[in-house]
Design a protein around this ligand. Structure first.
Ligand code: HEM
Length: 92
C-alpha cells in the first residue's frame, strides 16, 4: 500500500496453491470483510484508499487464477459486406 518495496512475496502463486478451494465468488466476500474492517479501524479517506487498492488487486488475482483464453466463445465470422443498394443516381 505504501509502495515501500518491503513486501517481497508472490501473491499469485500463494493463492494458486489454493485454487481448488478459492472460488471467484469468495472474492466478493473477502472485499466485503475488508471494507467492514477498514471502515471500522481507519479514517474514512484511508479506508477508501485501502478498499480501492484491494479491489484492484482482487481483480488481477481473479484474472490470474480463473481467466482462460480457451474458455472464450469462438469469435463470430465477420459479417458479409452489405450489398450496394440502388440509389436515385443509378437511374440518372
Ligand atoms: C477469495 C479471496 C481470498 C482468499 C480466499 C485468500 C486466501 C489466502 C490464503 C489461503 C493465503 C495463504 C497462502 C499460503 O501461503 O498458503 C493468502 C495469502 C495472501 N493473500 Fe489472500 N486471499 C484472498 C484474496 C486476497 C486479496 C484480494 C488480496 C490483496 C488485496 C490478498 C492478499 C494476500 C497476500 C499479500 C498474501 C500473502 C502472500 C505471500 O505469501 O506473500 N488475498 N490468501
Amino acid at each position: 500500500m505504501l509502495t515501500s518495496g518491503r513486501y517481497k512475496g508472490q501473491p499469485v502463486p500463494a493463492h494458486m496453491k489454493h485454487r481448488d478451494r478459492i472460488t471467484p465468488a469468495l472474492f466478493g466476500r473477502w472485499l466485503t470483510l475488508w471494507a467492514n474492517t477498514t471502515d471500522e479501524l481507519m479514517a474514512p479517506d484511508a479506508a477508501a484508499a485501502l478498499q480501492a487498492k484491494a479491489a484492484r488487486i482482487a481483480e488481477s488475482l481473479k484474472l490470474a487464477m480463473f481467466f482462460r483464453l480457451d474458455d472464450q466463445p469462438a469469435p463470430k465470422p465477420s459479417p458479409r459486406p452489405a450489398r450496394p443498394t440502388a440509389t436515385a443516381m443509378d437511374n440518372a
